[in-house]
Design a protein around this ligand. Structure first.
Ligand code: 13P
Length: 263
């Protein structure tokens, strides 16, 4: 069986200016140790204006923390006022970029085709896309969440080769669980993550399904991370609110400790 090293990624969203970002990264640096980084990849996904400061801290202090952005342009360069290119992110040594977050889909009208184009250009520049999918509450109430997320995954990865999918991360984030405190049950998370993995096996092959990390996101906290991570197809978490609190984010990263404490 392929080992998939867990990834805990903190999506700061539109929070923390560059001074606050430096304070927060320093708190994380104090809080985390080599044992944490051996067990789990940890990333912070920060506003564009924080990237240079975070890069300086990470590289200056040789932190094992990874970092990245929350969006990228689908265009390589040119007259796209306000956009940031994948080449610019790569130049700042970004490891990751979120594409297709439900907030971008909802407030900026991003389609699956656009998300796929963003994932592709990120990959071309060596930046790992974290491709987000997830259903709204009405879809779940109608019992359509599995086919919805499977189709969204297929369309949001359209045009990527098998190797490019392996080099990507997928995040299942049910929209009704984002920022609401209403976390999906571990079984809910597993059901959709397993269906996405089965889709990867069907569209590509078993090696893609086995290698690709699939995260869960939506109201993940220190208190619920262990039970989510116990699911076979959940390889990590995309954490919003709780990632702004260094202590709670550390508890999430150390989910194995709470699993031991609870047993
Ligand atoms: O959208 C999310 C991460 O991308 C989840 O946000 P919360 O953890 O605040 O629910």
């Amino acid at each position: 069986m392929t080992e998939r090293k867990p990834l805990m990624a903190g999506n700061w969203k539109m929070n923390l200016n560059h001074l606050e970002a430096m304070k927060h990264v320093q708190e994380l640096a104090f809080s985390l140790n080599d044992k944490d980084f051996d067990a789990v990849d940890v990333a912070v996904l920060v506003p564009f204006t924080d990237l240079r400061s975070v890069q300086t801290l990470v590289q200056g202090d040789k932190l094992r923390l990874k970092y990245g952005a929350q969006d990228v342009s689908e265009h390589p360069s040119g007259a796209y006022t306000g956009d940031i290119s994948a080449a610019m992110l790569a130049k700042l040594d970004c490891g990751y970029v979120v594409v297709g977050h439900s907030e971008r889909r909802q407030y900026h009208g991003e389609t699956d085709a656009l998300v796929a184009a963003k994932a592709l250009i990120a990959l071309k520049h060596g930046v790992t896309p974290i491709v987000c999918v997830g259903e709204h509450l009405d879809v779940r109430k109608a019992g359509e969440h599995v086919p919805h997320c499977v189709e969204q995954t297929r369309n949001s990865l359209a045009g990527l080769s098998a190797d490019q999918v392996k080099a990507s991360v997928i995040a299942y984030e049910p929209v009704w669980a984002i920022g609401t405190g209403e976390v999906a049950t571990p079984e809910d998370a597993q059901e959709v993550c397993a269906a996405i993995r089965a889709e990867l096996a069907a569209t590509y092959d078993e090696s893609v399904a086995a290698a690709t990390k699939i995260l869960y996101g939506g109201s993940v906290k220190g208190a619920n991370a262990a039970e989510l991570m116990a699911q076979a197809d959940v390889d990590g978490a995309l954490v919003g609110g709780a990632s702004l609190d260094a202590a709670d984010f550390t508890r999430i990263i150390r989910y194995r400790d709470s699993a031991v404490a609870a047993s």
